[in-house]
Ligand binder design. Sequence first.
Ligand code: DAH
Length: 344
Amino acid sequence: MDLLHELLTGAPARIDAIVDLESLSALESELLGKKSLIASTRRGLGQLPPDERPKVGAQVHEAQRRLEDLLAARRELLERMAEDRLLAGDRVDVTLEGYEPSVGRHHLLTQTVDEVVDIFAGLGYRVASGPEVELAWYNFDALNTPPTHPARLESDTLYVEYGEEPDEMLLRTHTSPMQARYMEQHEPPVYVVVPGRTFRADALDATHSPVFYQIEGLAVDEHITFGDLKGTLAHFAREFFGPDRTIRLLPNFFPFTEPSAEMHVSCFACDGSGCRVCSGSGWIELMGCGMVDPNVLEAVGYDPQHISGFAFGMGAERIAMVRHGINHIRHFYENDVRVLRQFT
Ligand code: DAH
């Protein structure tokens, strides 16, 4: 009984000193478990004289109840504290500013190509695409380019090892081969634009890249004239660079057009008076064009007596550089987001 009394006197301080639930459980089994003083006393009750048993039994019972109450109170407190700690750690400060996720956007080149294609789609043109690895036949021969033409040299054209002849297959040097491919597959009238990637054995400099994009255009129908070509390109220039633009066509040469021309647009920066954008000339060269050479029409089985057409081809990087004042073609390929983000 003395021991029990001692136990009860010391218990509150011991229980209050416990700060975690695990230690509390350990203490609980020490105080109330099988090896505890309470348990052994209860087991010894039978050895007491019968008249003492009820009194001692009641004291043991009372001691056990006291201890259980103390332990339960402490457990409740510790559980509440643990929960508070958890909630404090989990708290969300809804007044904090969120992170803005970075959103993907179309690359400037894609935007440019899409815009050009849209302008011609508005005139009723279809859109087509062709292979980047191309037969020399479509890239050169079908386009009236003689076997001796310098563009065929390995210094200009990247050949692919395939087939019998070393110069049979290549990476297309322009999108013009799709003129022949498309006409082969379609009867006139043909109105089509062909955006695509093109390749040349060029070293990278401010305006050249071994890989670049072109947009080809082809209109073949009855009674197509050079006037149609000029009107169409003038419309394009106004849509792309603004309503005040005018164009001029200067003589040039391409094997697949006759006559051939280069198309210039009046400078949108100085309105033609001459500035840095147009190198003082008031004009900016945008693309090659011309009337489809009868030999090209014949190569695809069209009858040049009844059918005529015009074609044009522009560099997508070039027209984007002109319009946005971009001074080096590498900006299209380095994918520096600080550059690309400026064009959204
Ligand atoms: N294919 C030519 C080039 O890459 C550009 C060109 C010129 C395309 C005249 C044409 C055209 O369709 O008619 O330089």
